[in-house]
Design a protein around this ligand. Structure first.
Ligand code: G4P
Length: 531
């Protein structure tokens, strides 16, 4: 292929990529919606396979069992499927705010997000932080309001919650007609068609939706007088209040909203058709050499996730890479930014609904998995051109702390290996008490469920029984400044002196008030939230 033809092909491939993260509160229907999306992409042939995989995954280890018991998913997975000349990369996220840092890392690898809400519950307290994280990332957000076949909250109330929590203006692209037993379908605000809901469709991909108009007598016959009046009033109101503006959507100012029922496969295709229409193609990423254009021929990407022991039978560790620019080819030699070393990428995986396969090439927007080289860390840049460094992925400030005690001292080696790996994956941060005789690691986490995951994974994957000794501290700050002044801090009185892996000094404070007090008293000392 000539150089020009090859560049043209790369440009075409990149232009078809749509990469999104799916976010929801546990039980809102993320797995069910994912499954239906894959069904439309012909990536699975029977609904149930993703659920089966979820269940299977969850029973392969204790900590995965814990995921099931608590109805959360802790690990994010990646799936690629085709739809209408597009290649879609779906990134799953944990469904609990205690893992919002993990969600944020996944969002860093996505160009947009789909938020799934349960129509009966709206935005639940546990999920607020996840949605805030979504807003912080500043990418376009689609909202899918699920379970309309069940009694739902008032649709306007749902929109109001989305607006308050997300801080984005919700613009419904369709509007529900009835809910639960009276759910008839949705009114498409763009085409002015009414899509009638058929309770029998479930797992068919070519939906035999009947299309009618708002004047259809079935609507008046099914709805109560009150519902019928509300429907017409709301539609008129929406026309005045909420108009879709593509630019505002792409800027993360508007979120577009769809109503449907994933389980009964209603409204999923309407959503997916719009998704490929409005979801942005791969975006450029900020680096120390300016924004890197995805269409630039040279490959570049970054590690956004590392995960070990997904299959307990094989002690494998996978680094997930978001390709930022160009074309990736198997066996490529790339520069690893942080170490300056050259690495050959000979075993790249792509992830599909029920398998991972070695791939020969991949393009900007895609996610590939690599057997995690020891030098890989979260946020690391890989590129064929030397010297690019993508902006780092910010860490969240930990809020909970505990000493981690190894209960079986004969397993010290496995214990150290385990905490080392889990820290590398970003499952928690570790500090060690400075100047102490016993240096039990101190776990620092954003949400307390992370503690449980660490304990369960140490037991399951490294056969080490550990326990926690919770500490009363609430904040960690990296301390820099004149040594003699640092020594004057009241270390013995509640303020805990620790060091991180790189022996940098970290102070654990009991309250924000305490931090403010000492920051005022010692103006020459800097207390950094992250390093
Ligand atoms: P999650 O990944 O967000 O945690 O949610 P998941 O898809 O697992 O769905 C949670 C529950 O909600 C499941 O029921 C699922 O069948 C149900 N569900 C999902 N979408 C809809 C919908 O549109 N309408 C209705 N009525 N239910 C829906 P379950 O009883 O927990 O599991 P299962 O017995 O169905 O497997």
């Amino acid at each position: 292929m000539s150089e020009a033809a090859s560049i043209k092909k790369i440009t075409q491939e990149i232009g078809t990529r749509r990469t999104f993260a799916i976010i929801s509160h546990p039980d809102a229907g993320k797995t069910t919606l994912t499954e239906k999306l894959l069904l439309y992409g012909n990536a699975i042939h029977m609904a149930g396979s993703v659920r089966a995989r979820k269940n299977q995954r969850q029973t392969t280890s204790d900590w995965m069992k814990m995921e099931r018991e608590r109805g959360i998913s802790i690990t994010s997975t990646v799936m690629q499927f085709p739809y209408r000349e597009h290649t879609i990369n779906l990134l799953d996220t944990p469904g609990h705010q205690d893992f919002s840092e993990d969600t944020y890392r996944t969002l860093m690898a996505a160009d947009c997000a789909v938020m799934v809400l349960d129509a009966a519950k709206g935005v639940e307290a546990q999920t607020r932080k996840l949605f805030e994280v979504c807003r912080q990332r500043g990418i376009p957000v689609f909202t899918f309001i699920n379970k309309m076949d069940r009694p739902a909250l008032d649709a306007l109330e749902l929109l109001d919650e989305v607006e308050t929590v997300l801080g984005m203006t919700p613009v419904p692209m369709n509007w529900p007609i009835g809910d639960g037993d009276t759910f008839i379908g949705v009114y498409d605000r763009v085409t002015e068609d009414v899509h009638l809901y058929d309770r029998t469709v479930h797992n068919q991909t070519v939906s035999p939706e009947t299309i009618t108009t708002l004047d259809d007598p079935i609507i008046e016959e099914t709805l109560s007088d009150h519902q019928f009046d509300d429907l017409h009033t709301n539609i008129a109101l929406l026309d005045e209040l909420a108009t879709f503006d593509e630019e505002s959507f792409l800027a993360g100012e508007q979120t577009i909203v769809y109503f449907g029922s994933a389980l009964t496969n209603f409204g999923v295709q309407l959503f997916l058709d719009d998704f490929v229409k409005f979801a942005p193609p791969p975006a450029g990423y900020a680096s120390d050499q300016g924004v890197i254009d995805p269409y630039k021929k040279d490959f570049s990407g970054f590690v956004f996730k590392i995960q070990a022991n997904m299959n307990p039978k094989h002690r494998d560790s996978v680094a997930y890479i978001r390709i930022v620019s160009g074309k990736f080819e198997r066996n490529m030699q790339v520069n690893h930014g942080r170490s300056g070393k050259t690495v050959r990428l000979s075993q790249p995986y792509a992830f599909f609904a029920d398998s991972r396969e070695i791939v020969d090439d991949a393009f900007a927007g895609d996610i590939i998995g690599l057997p995690a080289n020891k030098i890989f860390g979260i946020g690391d840049t890989l590129s064929v051109s030397n010297g690019i460094e993508f902006s780092s992925i910010p860490r969240f400030a930990p809020e909970h702390f505990a000493r981690l005690i190894n209960e079986d001292i004969t397993k010290q080696k496995q214990f150290l290996k385990g905490i080392d790996q889990l820290e590398k994956e970003g499952a928690m941060q570790i500090f060690f008490e400075a100047d102490a005789f016993r240096r039990d690691p101190i776990l620092a986490v954003v949400g307390v469920l992370q503690f449980e995951v660490v304990l369960a994974r140490l037991l399951d994957e490294y056969r080490v029984k550990t326990r926690l000794d919770r500490l009363p501290h609430q904040l960690a700050r990296w301390v820099e400044g004149p040594e003699d002044e640092i020594e004057q801090l009241p270390w013995r009185y509640g303020l805990l002196k620790t060091v991180d892996r790189d022996e940098r000094l970290v102070a654990l404070f009991s309250s924000p008030h305490e931090l403010d007090y000492y920051a005022g008293k010692f103006p020459n000392i800097t207390f950094r939230e992250t390093v």
